[in-house]
Design a protein around this ligand. Sequence first.
Ligand SMILES: [Zn+2]
Ligand SMILES: [Zn+2]
Length: 133
Amino acid sequence: MMGVKAKCKNCGNDAIADQFKLHNALRMMVCPSCYSGKGPKAKEATENKVESKPQGPPKPAGWDKEDDYLERMVAIKKNQNQSYFSRIAGTDFVKCTCSSCKYNFRYHPVKKMPPACPYCNADIPRLKMSELE
Ligand SMILES: [Zn+2]
Ligand SMILES: [Zn+2]
């Protein structure tokens, strides 16, 4: 008895119905050439490949701006430290100029006294003695 021909739903070609096999990925009966992968590429498989194409996550907006901003802040702080203190010759004290109110006062960098600006209570930046002349 000759095999009955049936149309393959995947490639549209006629093939012996007895030779159709269940394709795992397509979840349907396909002709022998489709099953062996020699026939036209299965539609679903191709689509899946396109969908799974890797796309890197988009960079967060303003990333570069933030980076610039931080760098500028570091530069500003450095400048502040340089102009904030000046050594008082012959003493352990330094002359401190408050960056908020421009008040001048004596500051002891080892004891860290006073802990804040005596006039406006603003924070005193950390002083590295090596940054002084
Ligand atoms: Zn086929
Ligand atoms: Zn002050």
